[in-house]
Write a protein that binds this ligand. Structure first.
Ligand code: FES
Length: 291
């Protein structure tokens, strides 16, 4: 016999006739995103151990400064290490480079079309799922997000429309992170690794490579990139160039279908990469050189 659900207040948070596990996904998003935000904030405040330098192995040529040397492993949440790249410009700066870096990938993720849906439901609960009642969560009230949802046409939600511009910055970050991955393989010479060669493959090299690949999949499966490739065209067959763009658009659409998956796997891997480098730099784990 069908179960009858009597709802007292259809607007109460969680009020629904749905009897599936609609609450699982928002709960997982709340836990996953919450954990990452807490971890990244702690790592930024902690401000040390974000690069593996093997300080005790550095062979410093006469007159050189250890700080000038390239490090094979650098955490993605502190890359680029701007204070080290531009020491004169940042001579006044005494904190972790993460505070200078994180706002940019943070803005890219915060304005991502997938993440918007996920955190609106999980963090703001108005509503937490389709066909489920919802009232503003304590966090919504704290931030003053208690008015009726009006799309992204009013403050502060219209900042979400900046996503396309955050994509440009994220694409630039991919170049920097690719350079970091290169250093994970070729950055050994300057730290005076025992055999004096500059090419080595360590577990950390592969971890950092995995990070750049997964972040690349996330970044280039973005809806804004799809729009730029050819989504904004009115005619795909009007010229050779638009036909080629259409082909690229079709290929990118395959990635775009898996955007949510890439969003999560890349986020988890960023956290793991930082943790791996941090624990190695602290001497708790040891990076294994494979060859
Ligand atoms: S839509 Fe998710 S990163 Fe652009």
């Amino acid at each position: 016999m069908a179960k009858t659900v009597v709802i007292q207040d259809i607007n109460a948070t969680g009020a629904t006739e749905r009897n599936d596990g609609w609450w699982v996904e928002p709960l997982m998003v709340l836990g996953g995103l919450g954990l990452f935000i807490v971890y990244a904030t702690w790592a930024a405040i902690q401000g040390e151990f974000y690069a593996m330098e093997k300080v005790e192995e550095i062979i410093i040529p006469a007159g050189a400064n250890a700080a000038e040397f390239v490090r094979p492993y650098l955490s993605p949440i502190c890359s680029p290490d701007l204070p080290r790249w531009f020491p004169e410009l940042f001579s006044w700066y005494q904190w972790s480079p993460a505070f200078l870096i994180l706002p940019f990938p943070g803005a890219f993720r915060a304005t991502c079309y997938y993440y918007r849906k996920a955190y609106y439901r999980s963090f703001f609960t108005t509503p937490a799922a389709c066909s489920v009642g919802g009232q503003p969560s304590p966090l919504s009230k704290l931030l003053g997000f208690t008015k009726k949802y009006t799309g992204e046409t009013q403050f502060p939600m219209y900042f979400q429309n900046l996503h396309r511009f955050t994509f440009y910055i994220a694409a630039l970050f991919m170049v920097i992170l690719a350079y970091d991955a290169y250093q994970g393989f070729f950055g050994w010479e300057h730290i005076g690794y025992a055999d004096g060669k500059n090419f080595h493959v360590g577990v950390g090299s592969l971890v950092i490579l995995g990070n750049v690949v997964l972040l690349g999949l996330y970044t280039f499966s973005c809806h804004s990139w799809r729009h730029l490739l050819a989504g904004k065209l009115d005619c795909f067959s009007c010229s050779d160039f638009t036909s080629k763009r259409f082909d690229a658009w079709k290929r990118q659409s395959f990635l775009n279908e898996h955007h949510m998956l890439f969003a999560w796997v890349s986020l988890i891997w960023v956290g793991f990469t930082d943790l791996y480098i941090r624990l190695c730099a602290m001497g708790i784990w040891q990076d294994r050189i494979l060859f």
